[in-house]
Design a protein around this ligand. Structure first.
Ligand code: PLP
Length: 319
């Protein structure tokens, strides 16, 4: 299955009436610190607080009338759940979300708030994918996967399309990576709009399956990563996202949870924007000096801002 720039352009037209064209911010403090010209694409300001609305809406908008009527099911404890719930509400598609009983209360409430039915499961002894597939079979629902789907990743790639349309060609584009939907979609956009741009995926060090797969030239999985970057706690890339990443991405970098916290709070203080840990991955790799940035024009995707402020305050106090 191939995903082309034309698919991204079509996705963009589909989501434009409902998705926000999020701002691209810069900071002279950060330019001075890095010696680069840095442009941040701020998807923390996207609807529901993360880029995932782009892919979810693009996928749901392409269902048949029959599929829309029956509804969709997704499994996620995080932003994908809220994205599918919101897209479902906007398109009149009933959404069922399978979430662990120990999911953060704010995320449960947000998902229910968008009108989705939440089905809880016990993460310690039940498999959410099996539960979702069972619900799909029983109720005739369509499963909406979190990243390994052409409509999902084409939607996510519109974030980089907008960024490069706003900034012009870039030398480097840095993108957070979990299952690789955002990274693969953004790489397709960069290849077309800024062919000389190096695209770099950034993962939590505890979940460096993408880097390992990229280096090995085959899909490698890791045990469930223990990291505060909860949006990137994936055990492996998808078959489709990996094939696109292999062809269109230049390299991977990783950051530790300690680095992530430090630079996440730096972004809060200096740029006055609330970013969640996963959302700060790419910015953190740049700010921590993991890339030779001097003299370059760099795009950085800030992927989301859904963070529990009580939790963050405790992390800050403990430092
Ligand atoms: C899901 C998510 C990611 C990772 O996206 P993938 O498409 O799974 O690579 C990054 N940041 C945030 C905020 C997310 O919610």
């Amino acid at each position: 299955m191939e995903v082309t720039y034309a698919d991204l352009a079509a996705a963009h037209e589909r989501i434009k009436p409902v998705a926000k064209r999020t701002p691209v911010l810069s900071s002279s403090t950060i330019d001075d610190l890095t010696g680069a010209r840095v442009h941040f694409k701020c998807e923390n300001f996207q609807r529901m607080g993360a880029f995932k609305f782009r892919g979810a809406y693009n996928a749901l908008a392409q269902l048949s009338a029959q599929q829309r009527k029956k509804g969709v099911v997704a499994f996620s404890s995080g932003n994908h759940a809220q994205a599918v719930a919101l897209a479902g509400r906007l398109l009149g598609v009933p959404a069922t979300i399978v979430m662990p009983t120990d999911a953060p209360r704010v995320k449960l409430e947000a998902t229910r708030g968008y009108g989705a039915e939440v089905v809880l499961y016990d993460a310690s002894n039940e498999d959410r994918q099996i539960i979702a597939e069972k619900l799909a079979a029983e109720r005739g629902l369509t499963v909406i996967p979190p990243f390994d789907h052409p409509h999902i990743l084409a939607g996510q790639g519109t974030a980089a399309k907008e960024l490069i349309e706003d900034t012009g060609p870039l030398d480097v584009l840095m993108v957070p990576c979990g299952g690789g939907g955002l990274l693969s979609g953004c790489a397709i956009a960069a290849k077309h709009l800024s062919p000389a741009c190096r695209v770099i995926g950034v993962e939590p060090a505890a979940g460096d399956d993408g880097l390992r797969s990229f280096r090995a030239g085959k899909l490698v999985s890791v045990p469930l990563p223990d990291t505060i970057a909860d949006g990137a706690r994936t055990m492996s890339l998808g078959a489709l996202t990996f094939s696109i990443i292999r062809e269109n991405v230049s390299d991977f970098l990783t950051v530790t949870d300690d680095e992530l916290l430090h630079w996440m709070f730096f972004l809060w203080e200096r740029m006055k924007i609330v970013v969640e840990p996963t959302g700060a991955l790419a910015a953190c790799a740049l700010l921590a000096g993991k890339l030779d940035a001097r003299g370059r024009k760099i795009g950085v995707v800030i992927s989301g801002g859904n963070v529990d402020l009580g939790w963050a305050a405790k992390q800050l106090a403990a430092r």
